[in-house]
Write a protein that binds this ligand. Structure first.
Ligand SMILES: [Zn+2]
Ligand SMILES: [Zn+2]
Length: 210
């Protein structure tokens, strides 16, 4: 399955430029099979997510969140795939977020690592996410290569994700999973077992930073 792991819509992320319907139409048109909605510090309401899924039967729409960690305006974020509990929007300590994600069987990805000191502080404190975001349009190839080297040292898997805020960010960085994802938390086993491949297309380094 072609999967977008990191996407923002104007419904819950003030910095996103497009409505969910516009972004989902573009994902379907470019061959995606599944997407995780990872809004900034907000989870989608279950009923609202179900209505959106009904509108787009061609693609699986899964819940998630991108939570800010560390000092405010630090810009460091942790993605919890599968999160639908509003409590995630209230937690900002990485230790609490990681513990809750593990309890719920969700996958925790450190978004755009090395953007700020908070990510290094978290890793140095021994707080390990399940994976690191490597290639994404929100940082350049040099940063992606640094992250790839860090992943080897830390023995953490890498994922590619769009960090989509606009239509033009779709279909640039993604993963393809070997098994199909039937439930939101199926992604955890797929990433931890390495049953996926990394992809990029027409990636212009640092084409956008949000
Ligand atoms: Zn982010
Ligand atoms: Zn993001």
């Amino acid at each position: 399955m072609k999967v977008e792991l990191h996407l923002h819509t104007s419904r819950y992320s003030p910095c996103a430029r497009h409505r969910p319907e516009e972004l989902l139409s573009r994902l379907v048109a470019t061959g995606y099979d599944a997407v995780y909605l990872t809004e900034h510090d907000a989870v989608w309401d279950d009923g609202e997510l179900a209505a959106l899924q009904e509108q787009f039967p061609e693609i699986r729409i899964f819940p998630g969140i991108e939570r800010s960690i560390g000092p405010i305006l630090d810009g460091q974020h942790l993605i919890i795939l599968g999160a639908r509990d509003p409590e995630y929007a209230r937690l900002c300590e990485p230790s609490e977020l990681l513990a809750r994600a593990r309890m719920h069987g969700h996958l925790a990805i450190l978004a755009h690592p090395l953007r700020s000191p908070s990510s290094a502080a978290m890793l140095l404190a021994g707080l390990r996410p399940d994976a690191l975001e490597c290639r994404t349009g929100s940082h350049d190839e040099a940063r992606a290569n640094m992250i790839a080297r860090a992943a080897v040292r830390l023995r953490l898997p890498l994922v590619n994700a769009g960090d989509v805020h606009r239509l033009v960010h779709v279909n640039k960085c993604w993963i393809e999973t070997l098994p199909d994802l039937h439930h939101a938390d199926d992604i955890r086993d797929v990433i931890l077992s390495g049953h996926y491949t990394l992809h990029t297309r027409d990636l212009v380094p640092a084409v956008y930073v949000e």
